[in-house]
Each structure stands twice: as structure tokens, then as C-alpha cells.
Design a protein around this ligand. Structure first.
Ligand SMILES: [Mg+2]
Length: 354
């Protein structure tokens, strides 16, 4: 039975069984998929695109950024005896990019795969969304969450060597793993609110604009904006942000983002998390960072520079990147996560550091 038929069969069964039973079944299928070597090979190696024809540009890009699935054995051989840590972006990595950003749901299969990998390795999701929203999408307790491009991190309490402790606060309302919140841009909150109100008012005239409050940054989604209206929107956003010199614009997939101009991005967030997990200065760590967008490149560069693991880009088209390996789409990300979990299950526990 193919993957889509399996998913279909499981989803159909939701009509008859409780949600708890459903989750249990999804987990069982995920484990069975990995134990039976399901989907071991990347789908694009046989062709490069869905209609089976070779895309020479993509094929040559793949030589520079080989498939993390195709290279799985070699990658894991380099991590023998090391502590494995998994960092994941959310949109476009765990969920598809959809028209309505509020409906960027991850599949039950993907959730089960993340749950499975988090069972064995510290796992963190670093997203541009607000931390609360990412948790709402992912709904897994045993995972660390960082929202607003890492400006809102729920992390464990551990001695810090490089990070500033003044932005930390203890928390009671736990959503995921971690005991403290790290929020280096807290002082910007009132101004962020002010900018959101101005954006909402002034972009009303452009159809399809969605303003998302990501708490420590603002997303102006233009996935539903007509192409001919885009320049007007861009000019409008620029003109608003010009009046707030402490903020700057960045661009992502179908989104313009407004962020406080502090020295902080997903790269710093990655460093902070390695630090709080106790691996700031350790060479015995093999970290993976999987992401699809420009903002993930900051984390890719940090991981490369520190030689602490491998950045993996999710892309089905050739693009400039600091990533070492690639995965084509979220379904390959799921497959990679399941392979990690299977690798851990199949490894002798005496050889593995947990
Ligand atoms: Mg993304």
C-alpha cells in the first residue's frame, strides 16, 4: 500500500475510532514504515521532478547539496557516539505552504514522526510564527519551541556561557519542554502593537493581505494578493517601517516581515539552544537544522561555522544556500525524521549517548 493510501485509510478510520486510538494507529504505521525500510530512497533521484523528466539545473544543484536521505548512512557514520539534536523550522518544512497561513496544519503522520524523533533526541522547533501558534499547530509536549525567529524561546534552565540571562523569566504555563522563557526583544512589544494597527489600517485597500502578529515580529502575508498589487503593498509597508528606525524588513516565502533591529535571529537562537541544552562548547554533538527559507540560512551558517552538525535545506528548486544537504519537500523531511528514529532504535544502546 502506498503512503497516500495508508494515510487515507488511517484518516478514514477516524470516523469510527476515538482520537486517542487514531494517534496510536498513526504511531504504529510510522514505526512499521521505518522498520520495513519504507521510503528509504529520496523520490527525486530517479528523475528530479514529478513528471519524470530530468531537470539539469536541479540535478547539478543536487551534486552540491546532496539528498540527506540518499546520504543517510554516511551522515550517521560521522555522528557515531555523538549527541544528536534536531532543530526544525515549521512552515514549508513540517507543513505545506498554503494560501491561508492560519491553516498551515501539519499532518497526523508528520506529528507522529516528530513525536517519534523527540522520543530519542532533544528536538526544537524554531519558527517565525509566535511560539503559542507553533505549539497550537504541533501540539507535542516533549519538544522545545522557539517563536518569532527565536526571539521567544522556551528553554531548559542550565548555566549559560555566552547568552545574556537578563532576558530570562521563569514560566508556569508550560507549552512543550523548557522552564524559562528567553525574550530578548520584550521592550519592543508596545511599538510592535502600534505598527500592527497602522499596517491593518493602511493595507485595508489591498485585497488578500493578512497581517499576522507573531508577538516579537510581524508578518505581512501576500500569498493571496494579486501580483499587480504587490508593489503597492511593498511600498506601503516600507513607508510605514521608515518611521520606526528600530525596526527593519526581511523577506520570506510569500511574506514580508517586520522585526526589531536587535542582534538576534534563528542563528543566535540555535546557538542559545545548544548552549542551554549543555552543548555550547562541545564537539560531541551532531545537530541537524532543517528549514526551507531565507531566515533559516542564519542558522545554517552558524551550524556550519561551529562545525556542530549539518544544515539541511528543504527545496524542490535550485537556490543559493549555506546548507550542506537537501530534502525535496515536507514528505522527505518526515521520511528523514523516521529514519533517525529507526536508526536510534536499531543502534545498540551502549554505543549511543542520550
Ligand atoms: Mg519555513
Amino acid at each position: 500500500m502506498g503512503l497516500s493510501e495508508r494515510i487515507g485509510a488511517i484518516q478514514h478510520s477516524m470516523d469510527f475510532i476515538s482520537k486517542a486510538r487514531f494517534d496510536e494507529n498513526v504511531d504504529r504505521v510510522c514505526i512499521s514504515m521505518t522498520e520495513n525500510n519504507f521510503d528509504l530512497q529520496p523520490t527525486r533521484e530517479s528523475g528530479g521532478n514529478t513528471n519524470g523528466t530530468l531537470d539539469p539545473e536541479y540535478t547539478s544543484w543536487l551534486k552540491k547539496h546532496p539528498s540527506a536521505l540518499g546520504m543517510f548512512e554516511q551522515i550517521m557514520a560521522s555522528g557515531k557516539g555523538k549527541k544528536i539534536i534536531v532543530f526544525l523550522d515549521y512552515d514549508g518544512t513540517l507543513s505545506p505552504i498554503v494560501d491561508d497561513p492560519d491553516r498551515a496544519f501539519m499532518s497526523e503522520m508528520m506529528r507522529a514522526a516528530v513525536r517519534e524523533v523527540a522520543k530519542y533526541f532533544p528536538t526544537a522547533i524554531i519558527s517565525g510564527r509566535s511560539r503559542e501558534k507553533v505549539f497550537k499547530f504541533v501540539q507535542l509536549a516533549g519538544v522545545y519551541y522557539a517563536g518569532s525567529h527565536g526571539m521567544d524561546i522556551m528553554a531548559p534552565v542550565l548555566p549559560l556561557s555566552t547568552s545574556d540571562v537578563k532576558h530570562q523569566t521563569r514560566i508556569d504555563d508550560k507549552q512543550g519542554s523548557g522552564d524559562v522563557l528567553f525574550q530578548p526583544a520584550k521592550e519592543f512589544l508596545p511599538t510592535i502593537q502600534e505598527i500592527i494597527e497602522e499596517l491593518e489600517e493602511k493595507t485595508k485597500c489591498i485585497h488578500g493581505v493578512i497581517i499576522e502578529n507573531n508577538r516579537f515580529c510581524i508578518s505581512v502575508h501576500f500569498r493571496r494578493v494579486r501580483e499587480e498589487d504587490y508593489s503597492e503593498l511593498e511600498e506601503l509597508v516600507k513607508s510605514i517601517v521608515k518611521d520606526y528606525p528600530q525596526f527593519h524588513l526581511t523577506r520570506g516565502r510569500k511574506v514580508i516581515e517586520i522585526r526589531p533591529s536587535i542582534k538576534w535571529d534563528k542563528g543566535y537562537a540555535l546557538e542559545y539552544m545548544l548552549d542551554t541544552l549543555g552543548y555550547g562548547n562541545s564537539n560531541d554533538v551532531l545537530a541537524f537544522y532543517i528549514g526551507d527559507d531565507r531566515t533559516d540560512e542564519d542558522a545554517f551558517r552558524v551550524l556550519q561555522a561551529k562545525k556542530r552538525g549539518y544544515p539541511i535545506i528543504v527545496s524542490s528548486i535550485p537556490k543559493e544556500t549555506s546548507a550542506v544537504y537537501s530534502l525535496q519537500d515536507p514528505s522527505e523531511v518526515m521520511s528523514f525524521l523516521l529514519h533517525l528514529a529507526r536508526w536510534r532504535r536499531n543502534s545498540s544502546s551502549s554505543k549511543i549517548v542520550i
